[in-house]
Write a protein that binds this ligand. Structure first.
Ligand code: HEC
Length: 162
């Protein structure tokens, strides 16, 4: 075996190894899904957007996640309802999702959290929600202050002890 054959052999082995590694490391898409799932959990998104999630101690199956809630949050802003993110993600393309995420939302939605999320992270969150597929019904419409409310609400106005 001369030097050239050796070098060619080494290159071929390296190429094969690199190929194996790329083939092994799942496509970027799956990593992004895993990241999206992680961000939804650490972001506490289910606590408001998934009915019964907090009560279950976070034990609901992902297929039950993010279908929105018909229990409103009442405060000086009126009454807001955690939206159905499953139908929302299914109805928006990625660009529209990014625009929506960067548009201010009413309390108690932690809008500042979405505002500082990187574009890559927002895309991962979007991909994960889309991967869950559309499910559930639309949450009730926002009710401005002073308008009649027909659903159960959680009151966000501080009350002093008697
Ligand atoms: C404390 C409760 C709460 C938490 C936690 C929360 N949200 Fe929300 N979210 C809401 C409410 C309430 C609204 C409706 C706001 C409005 O009417 O302006 C909303 C609205 C949204 C919307 C806009 C939906 C639409 O129909 O346009 C998106 C997107 C969203 N939330 C994503 C998230 C993500 C992602 C997380 C986790 C990082 C999260 N939310 C965490 C309560 C919450």
């Amino acid at each position: 075996m001369n030097r050239h054959t050796l070098i060619a052999g080494a290159i071929a082995t390296l190429a094969a190894l690199t190929f194996q590694q790329t083939a092994h490391a799942e496509p970027k898409y799956d990593k992004s899904l895993e990241r999206g799932r992680y961000l939804l959990i650490v972001g506490g998104c289910n606590d408001c957007h998934t009915p019964g999630f907090a009560e279950s101690g976070g034990k609901l199956e992902p297929k039950q996640w993010l279908t929105g809630s018909d229990v409103g949050f009442q405060g000086p802003w009126g009454v807001t309802y955690p939206s159905n993110l499953r139908t929302l993600a299914a109805s928006l393309n990625e660009k529209e999702w990014l625009q929506r995420a960067r548009t201010p939302m009413r309390p108690p939605m932690p809008s500042p959290s979405l505002m500082i999320m990187t574009v890559e992270d927002l895309k991962s969150v979007y991909r994960y929600i889309r991967h869950l597929g559309a499910a559930g019904n639309a949450a009730p419409e926002y009710v401005p202050p002073g308008q009649p409310v027909t659903t159960a609400v959680i009151n966000f106005v501080p009350v002093k002890p008697l």
